[in-house]
Design a protein. Structure first.
Length: 183
């Protein structure tokens, strides 16, 4: 079995660190493996009392386009995943929630990122004023679960956290959620 012998920092940015892991492979050779070390994150599937989902549309510079996704964000130092989920829901949408339930924890891209993503469900929403960070240009979008699944099939919802949350919410198999966006 391969194993990590040591790691070195190649670059430290404001939101991520580029790390080179030196890995001993099965053949005994030491090989480099570069990855990004980033803070863990949360995503929130938030339900209005009428069954609509609260989503956000925002530009994702890494892919050069806007996506519709769950409200989400990275943990700040000393902050729990639930505290982050509560903070991000208010910042991005203005909503607070009276009921929270953890759904799952997963690795969005374990081959190149160290990030763990915590998914939460929020209910009992109370409207307030959004407080996005200065670098965020966010539009709040609401959709029924069937409409969100249609948006996923159309590729307008295409990020892993939102697709997984929709799968959990619908009980649908992956191909029914990802649809044409997977090809």
């Amino acid at each position: 079995m391969a194993r990590v012998e040591r790691e070195e920092v190649l670059f430290r940015g404001s939101r991520c660190t580029l790390v080179r892991a030196h890995v001993t492979c099965r053949d005994g050779q030491l090989r480099p493996h570069d990855f990004l070390s980033v803070a863990d994150a949360v995503g929130v599937i938030a339900w209005l009392d009428d069954g609509q989902l609260v989503l956000v549309r925002q530009l994702r510079p890494a892919i050069g386009r806007a996506l519709i996704e769950l409200p989400a964000g990275h943990l700040e130092p000393g902050e729990s995943a639930l505290e982050t989920a509560r903070r991000e829901l208010v910042e991005e949408t203005g909503f607070t929630a009276s009921a929270w339930r953890p759904l799952t924890v997963f690795y969005p891209s374990c081959g190149k990122l160290s990030e763990r993503m915590h998914l939460y469900e929020a209910r009992g929403l109370i409207a307030g004023t959004a407080r996005p960070e200065p670098n965020e240009d966010i539009e709040v979008v609401t959709a029924s679960l069937p409409e969100a699944l249609r948006l996923a099939r159309a590729g307008e919802i295409a990020d892993s956290k939102t697709l997984l949350a929709l799968m959990i919410a619908s009980g649908a198999p992956l191909e029914a959620v990802a649809g044409d966006a997977a090809s």
